[in-house]
Design a protein around this ligand. Structure first.
Ligand SMILES: [Zn+2]
Length: 262
């Protein structure tokens, strides 16, 4: 384990007019002082996960500090996708922060339509069709970027996934047991489950599903407030409740499917 810093420049570089945050990794603290920056994040990075994709393919950079050098022209590139000098598609860093990747502020509240727009822009930049006549390294990089962008998009799009990802960035996670839940809520959930159990018509099930959807929308609003106020404890509690509501919705969907099938 060695201490490295990631330096991010918002809009330091523009590709196809998109302009997104670029990050590079440096090995020493003294290098920080010389670089203009908007945001400096300290991370403990183990070399293995950071380099795994490249290592598997046998493209192992000399050391961590060269991670921001283009593998093709060897020049320093501040753009994490396409080298600004030779335009070669760079290797994927799977540890990249999804918010940075999608060029969104690291907050819970976000506009889904903007996220989808950004997703399409990024997917078009790295689309495998654009690299069919390029080097094999770029072809595999294109597939890697494509799947990473998909994963980042889905994670940030679905509120419960986005919330859990934010918690993870704060070094926390949702507790696996029920100890954090209050008895009243648990009783209510048991009743909800019974209600679903006893519902036998499509209409009954759809009604319960709809009321759960409304409750979930309310929870998402609460979550947004808690994250905005950095109240991670409260945010976690809301997400535990959301998980229950979502699991009841899943039960309803399964039951509806078997109703349709029979
Ligand atoms: Zn280059």
């Amino acid at each position: 384990m060695r201490r490295v810093a990631r330096i991010c420049y918002a809009n330091a570089n523009k590709i196809n007019g998109l302009g997104y945050t670029s990050c590079r990794t440096v090995g020493t603290t003294s290098a920080l002082a010389t670089l203009p920056r908007l945001q400096v994040e300290w991370e403990q990075l183990g070399a293995a996960p950071y380099l795994s994709t490249q290592q598997k393919r046998g493209y192992v950079p000399d050391n961590m500090s060269t991670a921001s050098n283009c593998w093709n022209c060897k020049k320093d590139t501040t753009d994490r996708m396409l080298c600004q000098h030779c335009k070669h598609l760079q290797d994927v860093n799977t540890e990249v922060n999804y918010f940075e990747l999608m060029d969104f502020p690291q907050t819970f509240a976000l506009e889904a339509s903007m996220l989808t727009k950004r997703f399409r822009q990024l997917q078009s930049l790295v689309h495998p069709d654009k690299f069919t006549n390029k080097t094999s390294r770029e072809q595999s990089n294109s597939a890697d970027w494509s799947s990473l962008i998909n994963k980042a998009y889905k994670t940030l799009l679905i509120p419960i996934e986005r919330g859990q990802y934010l918690l993870k960035l704060h070094g926390r996670q949702i507790p696996q047991d029920n100890s954090a839940l209050d008895k009243e809520f648990l009783m209510e959930m048991m009743e909800r489950n019974e209600e679903v159990d006893e519902a036998n018509t499509k209409q009954e099930l759809e009604d319960i599903h709809e009321s759960l959807t409304k409750e979930l929308e309310e929870k998402v609003k609460h979550l947004s407030k808690h994250f905005a106020g950095n109240n991670l404890e409260e945010a976690t509690a809301v997400m535990v409740e959301m998980k229950y509501l979502l699991s009841i919705q899943k039960t309803i969907k399964n039951k509806l499917q078997s109703l349709m099938g029979s």
